[in-house]
Write a protein that binds this ligand. Sequence first.
Ligand code: ADP
Ligand code: ADP
Length: 230
Amino acid sequence: MSLIKLNDVWKVYPNSVKAINGMSIEFNKGEFVYIVGPSGAGKSTFIRLLYREEKASKGEIYIDNVNLSQLKQKEVPHLRRRVGVVFQDFKLLQSLTVYENIAFALEVIEEDPAKIKQKVMDVLDLVKIKSKAKFYPSELSGGEQQRVAIARAVVNRPDILIADEPTGNLDPDTAWSIMDILENVNALGTTVIMATHNKEIVNTLKRRVIAIEAGRVVRDEARGNYGYEV
Ligand code: ADP
Ligand code: ADP
């Protein structure tokens, strides 16, 4: 059984823009998948559908056996424990330290307070930023902030990590260090789905590539290439 399954999914925004036009696709546990395609193709919309930031207009999206269209608003936090998300612009809480940003993600899901410290320190170790636990986001480089964002997204050991252009704001060396961490997260069993415009990364780390154009899957390759000029 697949971990994620889309069955003829459509998304029309309230302004009548048709962002996703009949997508059917499946992802298995442990996969690492790149989502590529031109600007405006629907990549971000696809990603927002997966963590129920947006609802499909038509069709079904299943994570395991949970139909996201039928998920009640009060059940969304439960989904977010299974699906971690990172963004191009990190979205850390600026008034909290690195430690507090991650601890907060555990507090909101009512983690046992006695376990929070160990979990935060373990995940900071995973993303190699333990020495900066007491720093504020504004005191960190972009690459360091993205590590913290990844730590926050995976501290609950989600089945799925979704990343929307996670290296988009980073220089090439820093982008590679972030890929190193995403590869480690994937090696621990988390399915990683990453939208990207980074041709070099996609072409070097041969993984499944799904190309989206005008809201449709136009290519799905097991060990694909980026396939566009940049
Ligand atoms: P990509 O991530 O590939 O650039 P998007 O999913 O952001 O593509 O956008 C797909 C289409 O949907 C575009 O035409 C975009 O302008 C439109 N769109 C994206 N978000 C919204 C929104 N919140 N409301 C209305 N239209 C949107
Ligand atoms: P809202 O979307 O209403 O602002 P959310 O609970 O969706 O509230 O998100 C709160 C913050 O946590 C946002 O910065 C969001 O980017 C981040 N976030 C939401 N879900 C996750 C997740 N599963 N993993 C990591 N960060 C998340």
